[in-house]
Design a binder for this molecule. Structure first.
Ligand SMILES: [Zn+2]
Length: 116
């Protein structure tokens, strides 16, 4: 009997690199990376779940003016994401002269309702 073990799934050193749909828990997601050269010029990063069809945003890009208007701060709710879901700002990162990235954390709607 062979001791060889070939995992069916790729091994990840960091478990957090495995994306899971926050709404149904499935890992069968399709990631759209920011800056990916495709049919659309994506400035945001998100993934779509193949199981439930939901889209989850991971980060959105803002320019300096939008940042001043929106006053985004870590811990605040982010209300502008497309779709029906709510997100909380987890981190704000300056990436260019006039560009910022806002990292989003999905929030269950029950959680949102109880905090407003
Ligand atoms: Zn899902």
């Amino acid at each position: 009997m062979s001791a060889m073990h070939l995992p069916n799934e790729p091994m990840y050193g960091d478990e957090s690199s495995v994306r899971r749909c926050p709404w149904c828990g499935d890992a069968d997601v399709r990631l759209v990376t920011r800056g990916y050269t495709g049919p659309t010029d994506e400035v945001d990063q998100y993934f779509t779940c193949r199981s439930c069809g939901e889209t989850t945003y991971e980060l959105v890009a803002k320019n300096g003016r939008e940042m001043r208007m929106g006053r985004y701060r870590p811990g605040d709710l982010y209300r502008e994401a497309p779709g029906q879901h709510h997100y909380r700002v987890s981190r704000v990162l300056k990436v260019g002269v006039n560009e910022y990235l806002i990292y989003l954390q999905p929030v269950a709607s029950v959680d949102v309702a109880s905090r407003i």
